[in-house]
Ligand binder design. Structure first.
Ligand code: C5P
Length: 231
């Protein structure tokens, strides 16, 4: 896979006009964009359609979490919108609903969110979950594989164990990426693009290091180069 296709640029900006400006500034170096909650209600869905029409790939980070039948209908609607990756929480019924809703459409890949990186062991315990984070991530990855989902979102810390257990059966999408020397912002555990790929990540989600860079095109190209140097 071309290194540029492995970088998913998170369009975490206030409106579609700003997002379009980022896409323009990144230019040819950007081939895959993530649209999440912030953009979804303010033109993000139209932008997703426009990006698809411009032959960019689109990651809809909607993190669906509901009863299976509702998720199924929601995902069927997402298929009509068009998109390449869609996130749902990695629980058996949610995943099964999503895979059913996707139907025979081969384009939309279903990704299970394993454990949010904002949750540590203490936070899980407060929620009544005693299992160690790394085991819970693997358990939820197993739910994803069993349901026929295409991949998972997981931190680089867990990527190697997921790769070892599931091989190519699950694509691994990893956020928390920071090129050496760049600002960490509010991320707690960050890894460089090279280390994430070495750990087994197939796709890297990168927001501010590209979106807030003085030269977004150069920032994305440098990350692609770092990936190319590893593979
Ligand atoms: O700007 P930055 O590179 O930190 O953006 C990372 C993106 O990945 C954000 O859109 C964030 O919501 C998302 N993400 C994350 N950690 C997770 C899941 C998603 O940072 N566990």
């Amino acid at each position: 896979m071309n290194p540029h296709d492995r970088i998913i640029i998170a369009l975490d900006v206030a409106d579609a006009a700003r997002a379009s400006a980022v896409v323009e500034a990144v230019g040819e170096a950007g081939r895959f964009y993530k649209i999440g909650y912030q953009l979804m209600p303010v033109g993000g869905l139209d932008l997703a359609a426009k990006l698809s029409a411009a032959e960019k790939k689109v990651f809809l980070d909607f993190k669906f979490h509901d009863i299976g039948a509702t998720v199924e209908r929601g995902v069927a609607s997402v298929v009509k919108l068009g998109g390449d990756f869609l996130t749902v929480h990695a629980e058996p019924d949610v995943l099964k609903g999503a895979v059913a809703g996707r139907g025979d459409d081969k384009r939309l890949k279903i990704l299970g969110v394993t454990v949010l990186t904002s949750l540590d062991q203490a936070a899980l315990q407060r929620a009544g979950i005693d299992m160690p984070v790394d085991q819970l991530v693997l358990k939820r990855a197993e739910f994803a594989a069993e349901a026929g989902a295409d991949g998972v979102v997981a931190s680089a810390r867990e990527a190697a164990a997921i790769k070892a257990r599931f091989g190519d059966a699950l694509k691994i999408v990893t956020p928390g990426i920071r090129p050496a020397g760049s600002a960490v912002h509010d991320q707690k555990r960050v890894v460089t693009p090279g280390d994430a790929v070495r750990a087994g990540a197939d796709y890297l989600v990168v927001g501010r290091p590209i979106v807030a860079a003085d030269h977004p095109h150069a920032a994305a190209s440098a990350i692609a180069q770092e990936i190319a140097d590893v593979v």
